[in-house]
Structures are given as C-alpha cells and as structure tokens.
Write a protein that binds this ligand. Structure first.
Ligand code: LLP
Length: 436
C-alpha cells in the first residue's frame, strides 16, 4: 500500500527520510505526498513487463492522466519515454505543457467537443480513440480541414461484466462507452471509418473497467477484439496493426489486499493474444495498455491533521470515536462515491493505547463526508496528531473538489530526501478568482 520510500518506525512515518511532522510543518495539511522514485519505478516496471510479455510486438504504455496529472508529472512521463492517455482538452493541455511529444498522446472521451478534436488534430496526437458514429464524422472533418490524415482507434465494448464497482465497470453492453461488438455496432463503425480518406484506422481499443484483480476478463476482451481483427482481415485483406487493451489493474488499499502483478496479467494476456492470433492465422499486432491507478495510486499518501475527536454512543450501547481531520470528501471522494475502503495510521508518534471503533471523517457539512468508515484506531488520538492514508495517488487529487469553498490540497514530490511542491495549494484568492 505504501510507496517504496515510506517507512514507519516507532510510530513515526517518514518518506525518503523526511518525517511526517517535518512535512506537515513545512507544507501544512491536508497535503498529498508523491514518492517520485516510486512513481518512476512503477511506470518503468509496467513498461518493461509489457516488453517482456510481447517482445517486439509490445506497443506503448499510455499512462492514464485521469488518475493524476500535473505539468511536472507530465515531464516525468516524457522523461520516462512512455505515452499518455488524455480524455479532455484540459488533460491534453497539461500533457503538451509538460513537453510530452504529441505522437505519444492518445485522446479518449465519449463526447469530445469539436474544439477538443480540432486541438488534438492540430497538435498532431498519435491517436484519437473514436467512441461514436458522430465522432467518426467529426474527426474525419477536422482532419480533412487541417489537411491531415489522423490516426484513429475504435473503442469497442467487448460485453464483459468485470468484477468491480458498477460506476467503474465499462465493458458490459449497457454503458455509454464504445461500440458494442455483439450488436454489430463495432463492425459498422469499422466500415464507416474506412470510408474516410482523412482517417487511418490503426486498430481497436477496449477498457473493461477499473480496480480489477482477475486476469481473465482482460483475456476475454483481448480474444473478442482479435476475432474482430480476423473479420477485418478477411473482409479488407489487410491487418490492423494495433490493439490497445486499456487499463484497470487493481491495487491494494487495505492490509489484506494485494495488487495485481504486471507479470501475471501481461503474461496471461500475451499467451491469449498469441494463441488467438495463431488460431485466426493473424500476425500478433502491437499491444498497448493504459495503466493509471497502478502507477500513481500507491506512490502517494495523504497527510491530515486531527482537529477534533468525539465519542458517540450507538443504539446497541457500543461507542464509536469520530476523528475529524482537516480535509475530507473534497480531497478523497472515493469513499462517498464508491464506498471505497481505505486505511490510515497515526503518523507522528507511537501509541500503545487500546484500538477502538473509529470513523475518520472530514470537515464538510454532511454526514457522508467519510474518509474511513470503520477502523480500529488508537483511543488516545488527540487534536494535532497527524494521520496518513496510503494509496491516495489515483483519483484523489484528480477528483478533488472545492465543496464548501475548501481549497484543494497541494501535491508535494519527494525524492532523495528532498520535498518540493509540484502543484501548489489553492488559496482563498484562487477560490475568489472566478467571481464576477
Ligand atoms: N483507459 C481508459 C480508457 C479509462 O477510461 C481509464 C479509467 C483508464 C485507462 C485507467 O484506468 P486505471 O488503470 O486507472 O484503473 N474514478 C474511478 C476510476 C475511474 C476510471 C476511469 N477510467 C475511481 O476512483 O476508482
């Protein structure tokens, strides 16, 4: 759960040798701390495992920017030589500002605006992943008026019920994303795309959902995409060169969980892809993936300061300690939105006190403002104590809001014993900036 440079000794959490107390006093709380070394290692690991599994047919790792992106992290991505997946004009702007080469950018979205499409075409992005019949026309028109041939992939829905929260499963039939393979919509999209001289169909894409631990659904999706490659081959007498199998690899949030291993899932995928291609007499296409959470999730932790504690008596006469921290659902929406489970540790000192039933809550004006619903936590936690929550890097800061006019926390990168702000805390001036 914790990034590689985090240690907890005698109750004191340190990252790359800097104590939680020192971090809190320099950067204030709440704040996200990003272990740079851990992030880079994870990104490179997925990249090398992709190469190991697919050899010369390894495509690209496209880091999913939606998990977390800022300009500095975009610079790291460029430096690491991997690609990026963006799904809005905003994410595209950050990626370009960070110096990521346009050819290494893939553009997603189920409802890209014409402006966003035109920006992507003008920037010269490596691929636009088309999600609807309307979009085929829009991307073709944008490319034609720019005098370019735009490389595109088609996002397909392989009809899989992935075992994850319903809000983040994306590959069953009843979803807004992609073209269904089973209904024939995918084939229709292929035929429509082929009609446009300004579009170069590079391949097919699927993303089956997020926080998935089984390898099988990834393998089934790949198999279904390859069946369609075979149909394409027999109808058009040529082979599409690329398959992008998306992201969605699960990570550990709790002590008893363990993340999906790149070597396992990519090894299985490689076998399925090779067997399936052999069955259909196809060459193995280039295989790309889009991990987000598994790269940045465990690389970050959040530090909070306790403001109040309150013991309440429940109906069955048992008690619960409510520990209120200085953030909440504005920096971690995942508990409220998906019933996600997190853990936390006291980060500034050792406690030998008994652990009691505790709920860690934020400072927002609603009961659902919960960071951790049920945790056994030391009974002697007091105002001023620091709490650290691991694995908050993915969909934490990126889904942060200004609810109750709270300013969003900073992201502080830590490397080689040095900590520096890479995304600063919002100020009251920032919050007032938009008011007319
Ligand atoms: N590729 C596509 C096309 C995606 O839609 C996503 C995530 C990814 C890649 C990266 O998935 P990852 O490897 O990070 O699981 N806010 C939710 C997650 C939404 C995921 C949306 N798409 C959460 O906090 O769990």
């Amino acid at each position: 759960m914790w990034s590689k440079n985090v240690t907890i000794n005698n109750g004191v959490l340190t990252c790359s040798g800097i104590s939680a107390t020192a971090l809190a006093s320099e950067f204030k709380t709440p704040a996200f701390f990003l272990d740079e070394d851990d992030f880079r290692t994870r990104a490179l690991h997925w990249n090398s495992e992709l190469s190991k599994a697919f050899g010369p047919q390894a495509g690209r790792v496209y880091y999913a920017a939606k998990a977390f992106i800022c300009v500095e992290v975009a610079r790291w991505i460029e430096d690491l030589g991997i690609g990026i997946d963006v799904c809005t004009g905003g994410e595209l702007a950050v990626a370009l500002k960070g110096g990521i080469k346009a050819e290494n950018i893939e553009v997603h979205g189920n409802n890209k605006s014409v402006d966003e499409i035109e920006q992507a075409v003008a920037a010269g992005v490596g691929a636009i992943v088309i999600d609807s019949l309307f979009e085929i026309e829009r991307v073709a028109a944008a490319a034609q008026s720019a005098g370019k041939t735009q490389r595109v992939l088609l996002r397909l829905t392989p009809g899989i019920e992935a075992h994850t929260h319903e809000s983040i499963a994306t590959a069953h039939e009843d979803v807004k994303f992609g073209f269904s393979i089973a209904s024939g919509a995918a084939w229709q999209a292929i035929v429509e795309t082929k009609k446009h001289a300004s579009l170069e169909l590079r391949g097919l894409h699927s993303h089956i959902g997020s926080q998935i631990f089984q390898t099988e659904p990834f393998a089934i999706a790949a198999d279904r995409l390859i069946e369609l490659l075979a149909k394409f081959n027999s109808e058009f007498g040529q082979q599409l060169p690329e398959l992008d199998l998306g992201g969605g690899y699960g990570i550990a949030y709790l002590d008893n969980e363990s993340e999906i291993q790149a070597s396992d899932v990519l090894g299985t995928l490689a076998k399925v892809v090779k067997d399936s291609c052999a069955k259909h007499s196809l060459n193995v296409p280039k295989i790309s993936i889009e991990p987000g959470r598994t790269i940045v999730g465990p690389s970050m932790f959040t530090l909070y300061t306790v403001g109040t504690t309150k013991v309440v008596t429940l109906e069955n006469a048992s008690t619960r300690n409510y520990v209120s921290v200085d953030g909440g659902m504005s920096d971690n929406l995942r508990t409220a939105l998906y019933g996600a489970e997190y853990t936390a540790v006291l980060a500034n000192r050792e406690s030998t006190a008994k652990k009691i039933a505790t709920r860690i809550v934020g400072k927002h004006c609603e009961t659902g403002d919960i960071i951790i619903k049920d945790i056994d936590f030391p009974a002697d936690v007091i105002p001023g104590d620091l709490l650290a929550t691991p694995a908050t890097g993915a969909y934490g800061r990126s889904m942060a809001t200004n609810y109750n006019h709270i300013s969003r926390p900073p992201v502080v990168a830590i490397k080689d014993g040095k900590a520096r702000v890479i995304l600063r805390r919002e100020s009251i001036e920032d919050l007032l900036r938009l008011d007319i």
